[in-house]
Design a protein around this ligand. Sequence first.
Ligand code: HEC
Length: 125
Amino acid sequence: MLFSSANAPRAASRNSLYILLPEASFETVRDGGEVYAMICAGCHQPRGEGAIGAGRYPVLAGSATLEHSAHAIEIVLAGKGAMPPFRDLLDDDQVAAVLNYARGAALGNGFSPNVEAADVRRARR
Ligand code: HEC
């Protein structure tokens, strides 16, 4: 489990995320599918099927919010409700890569056009 207060040797000072990976090694993860598996799948599930249990994690397949790329960028950067913000953990390329992965066939989507790193950079404030 990626997010757990029980295994947080490095209680992330920057945005209160608890991650197992040392930041230095996470920065080398450039592939959107890997970013998804390491961060997003814990809540949204490996195929974006979502979950209802201790919380409600939206289905990403067919998500209108995900299709609206500006909205999706905003949610990943700033978080929403029980979803933590990732603006400090992920750089522009990683946000674009994970969103393109989630917007693509791997999660049953076919949203276009692709999110570009420049779109993410503009959305940061
Ligand atoms: C700790 C659990 C958690 C993690 C990790 C997480 N999310 Fe979320 N996500 C949520 C929750 C909860 C919501 C619903 C927020 C709300 O509407 O209140 C959400 C909403 C979303 C939405 C909007 C979906 C919709 O249709 O409303 C998108 C897109 C999304 N997340 C993408 C991602 C991506 C991409 C990642 C990985 C970088 C990620 N999430 C990581 C919990 C998580």
